[in-house]
Design a protein around this ligand. Structure first.
Ligand code: ADP
Ligand code: MG
Length: 695
């Protein structure tokens, strides 16, 4: 007997080699296999008579093999099997290349069903490499909507169809985490039906209903998790912070600018939350350059004035360091001590100290504002009175890390008399409303939908031709001669490709330095460099030691170089719009008119169409909506990165589904807050969490 938890290694039809490949796909158990969904289907649902065939059409035929022979092709390069298929209306040829097993499986007289595309050559109609099966068997590979799986690691769709069919034959128990009552009410299929229909749908409709079921499950889990966190915060005791209006006004007056209306509104919302007896849990959702740092500074000012500590978390050392420096300036006249704690920096006020000294100071409550990377979350870091946690660029932390951050925040001060810190996350990727509801259902929201008034909108152009490129180079030379600086961005896509990308950036750097701009000084920064090294280069660029900086995607996060007014993004099509918008935000931070040139290497019309959104608008929120429409929520939370299953991702825009799932989650938790009487759901939720923690 097999169950959902049976390891695939116990399935006799799966051989050692396939097992290894399955493992590489992250598939270890029967349930993993069943949840490995097809990404599309071929429609072979009607059987055509041979006489009715038209070349270039996909079809399914049923007949008998009347002739079969196999051998090397004349060039001896390929193994070729040729057969004749006959039905009542006529006959035609079937050809397979390099599939020796075909000749071993099919004999003259075998009744078969084949599916594939018909073509015509000089000998007549022929079908090449068709999927086939004996027609006495129940149709698995042909004769219906045939599932097509993402073919990775050398595992074919045929393999998956076969194995999954086998599993369905042996599996008897399909534990369903969702109570039957809910399924009935929402007209959703059971897990067994849904799993079967997603692999082998009778028709389009069955397939869609199955997807709906899985989308509902994922969304229900997300909402249960969000509500659980929300409840945690609601029942928790916070440390209410009452600010001194007078001091706050003085502090604000020391800024070299006046706050935008949006900044004022967000600050007010945050200050109000801080005054409550339950901890704040808020997301500051603002466009790049909208001035989130100063809002966080105001909140930490209020907290530090009462003698309590704020921790500000940044995703990278460079960014942490930059925050430390700009906040040190902002707080210069307040008498507050700031600290910086990352893997390689331990700074207290003006002094570099040892980690031990810094940790001691933090636990003694000497610095009130502590800036750092995830190094701040290490176990031996103890605060004296941590009252506010600010997470900058929180989207860089990934969905699960964020959840973990909240839990850490919660646990760090958990205890009978202790208070849970207020929590403020900030994101530089404007997130569409629908997504905030789906993903951040546990958070309150403040929007910074307005840029400071002195900004000149960045002019964005797409460079399509070699001539465009020449013009852009000429333009750079002329801007540099006026004292400006430029970024060149080369794509860095995945961690594993980093080395290749680094090489590309290095090569491009020398090309630009030697051939294109021999008279300019050009720096290079990439993800494989050490923090210190990167920082030196950024510093040199800041001090205008370079005219141009060639970079992989590392400069994405918040670096401020006010004198840089041009950014060129190569292979722009490899980035999402929201990310391109982020890059673009690296310029336009000073008084100069700034420019962004997008150079796609793929110049097809679809690509240009997508990039044109950036030419048309500089509103991060509009771009985010467009990105959501074009690429789906993966644009905001890389599927891999977030660990979100595809189906849930597809459905994150489905506001109705989200609303329903949220209602159901609320109802379930109202009756059974710990899910004690829903053991299967509890277990599924735990598995789901593990899955999204896998990063
Ligand atoms: P982001 O929201 O992208 O994190 P920052 O907080 O880094 O933006 O702010 C971008 C720049 O705008 C900084 O140089 C900051 O000093 C400046 N800035 C912030 N608020 C204002 C304002 N109200 N008026 C003018 N400049 C501002
Ligand atoms: Mg920022």
């Amino acid at each position: 007997m097999i169950t959902f938890d049976t390891p695939l290694s116990h399935i006799p039809t799966i051989k050692e080699q396939s097992l290894k490949r399955l493992e590489r796909l992250g598939l270890f158990t029967v349930s993993d296999m069943l949840y490995h969904f097809p990404h599309r289907y071929e429609d072979y649902s009607t059987i055509s008579p041979i006489s009715s065939l038209i070349p270039d059409e996909k079809c399914t035929l049923e007949g008998v093999v009347t002739h079969i022979e196999a051998g090397q092709t004349w060039k001896k390069k390929m193994f070729l099997t040729e057969a004749t298929l006959e039905d009542e209306s006529g006959n035609m040829r079937l050809i397979w290349f390099n599939q020796k097993f075909v000749a071993q499986t099919l004999k003259e007289g075998t009744p078969i069903r084949v599916s594939g595309k018909v073509s015509r050559d000089n000998k007549g109609l022929v079908m090449t490499n068709p999927a086939f099966e004996r027609s006495s068997r129940e149709a698995v590979h042909t004769g219906r909507l045939v599932p097509v799986y993402p073919e990775t690691a050398g595992l074919t769709s045929r393999f998956f169809r076969w194995q999954i069919t086998g599993i369905f034959q042996k599996l008897t128990i399909f534990p369903d985490p969702v109570p039957e009552e809910i399924l009935t009410r929402l007209h959703l299929p059971s897990i067994k039906q849904a799993l079967f229909s997603i692999h082998f749908p009778k028709d389009e409709e069955h397939q869609l209903i199955a997807r709906k079921r899985f989308a509902f499950d994922e969304m229900l889990f997300i909402q249960l998790k969000a509500l659980e966190l929300k409840a945690l915060f609601e029942t928790a005791k916070g440390n209410p912070i009452f600010y001194d209006e007078q001091h706050l006004v003085q502090f604000t007056a020391s800024f070299p600018f006046t706050l935008t209306t949006a900044q004022k509104r967000a600050s007010q919302e945050i200050l109000t939350d801080l005054g409550k007896t339950r901890p704040m849990n808020r997301l500051l959702n603002g466009d790049v350059g909208s001035g989130k740092t100063i809002v966080a500074a105001l909140a930490s000012f209020a907290v530090s004035e009462q003698g309590f500590q704020t921790a500000i978390l940044a995703p990278t050392e460079i960014l942490a360091r930059q925050h430390f420096e700009s906040l040190t300036r902002i707080f210069a006249n307040t008498g507050q001590t700031l600290a910086l704690l990352t893997g390689s920096y331990h700074i207290l006020g003006k002094d570099t100290v040892t980690r031990t000294t810094l940790l001691k100071a933090i636990s003694a409550g000497i610095p009130h504002i502590i800036i750092g990377t995830h190094a701040l979350l290490e176990e031996d870091v103890a605060f004296q009175s941590l009252t506010l946690i600010v997470v900058d660029e929180q989207h860089r932390f990934g969905v699960s890390q964020r959840a973990r951050l909240q839990e850490l925040a919660f646990n760090s001060l958990d205890g009978s008399e202790e208070k849970v810190p207020h929590f403020l996350s900030m994101t530089a990727t404007p997130i569409p409303r629908t997504l905030t509801l789906a993903f951040f259902g546990n958070l309150d929201l403040s929007l910074l939908d307005e840029l400071p008034k002195n900004r000149k909108p960045i002019i964005t152009k797409i460079g399509r031709t070699a001539l465009d490129r020449e013009k852009i180079y000429a333009f750079i030379r002329s801007e540099v001669s006026k004292g400006r600086q430029a970024f060149f961005i080369f794509p860095l896509v995945e961690e594993s490709l980093a080395m290749k990308d680094v090489k590309a950036a290095v090569a491009e750097h020398s090309h630009l330095a030697e051939t294109v701009f021999p008279h300019l000084s050009i720096g290079l920064i990439h993800g494989k460099m050490k923090s210190k090294e990167k920082e030196t280069i950024m510093k040199d660029f800041h001090e205008k030691k370079y005219d141009i900086l060639v970079a992989t995607a590392v400069i994405e996060v918040g670096i401020d170089i006010p004198n840089a007014s041009i950014i060129i993004i190569e292979e722009a099509e490899r980035f999402g719009l929201a990310q391109l918008h982020q890059f673009r935000g690296r310029v336009g931070r000073g008084e100069h008119q700034s420019y962004c040139f997008l150079i796609p290497h793929d110049t097809s019309s679809g690509v240009s169409e997508r990039l044109r959104v950036l030419e048309k608008t500089t509103s991060g929120f509009e771009i985010a909506e467009a990105d959501l429409g074009i690429r789906g929520p993966g644009a905001f939370f890389g599927t891999r990165q977030s660990g979100m299953p595809d189906i849930a991702m597809e459905n994150l825009t489905n506001i109705k589904l989200i609303t329903i799932a949220r209602e159901e989650a609320k109802n379930i938790l109202k009756e059974d807050p710990k899910l004690n009487s829903h053991p299967l759901l509890q277990e599924a939720l735990k598995k789901f969490e593990e899955k999204i923690h896998l990063e």
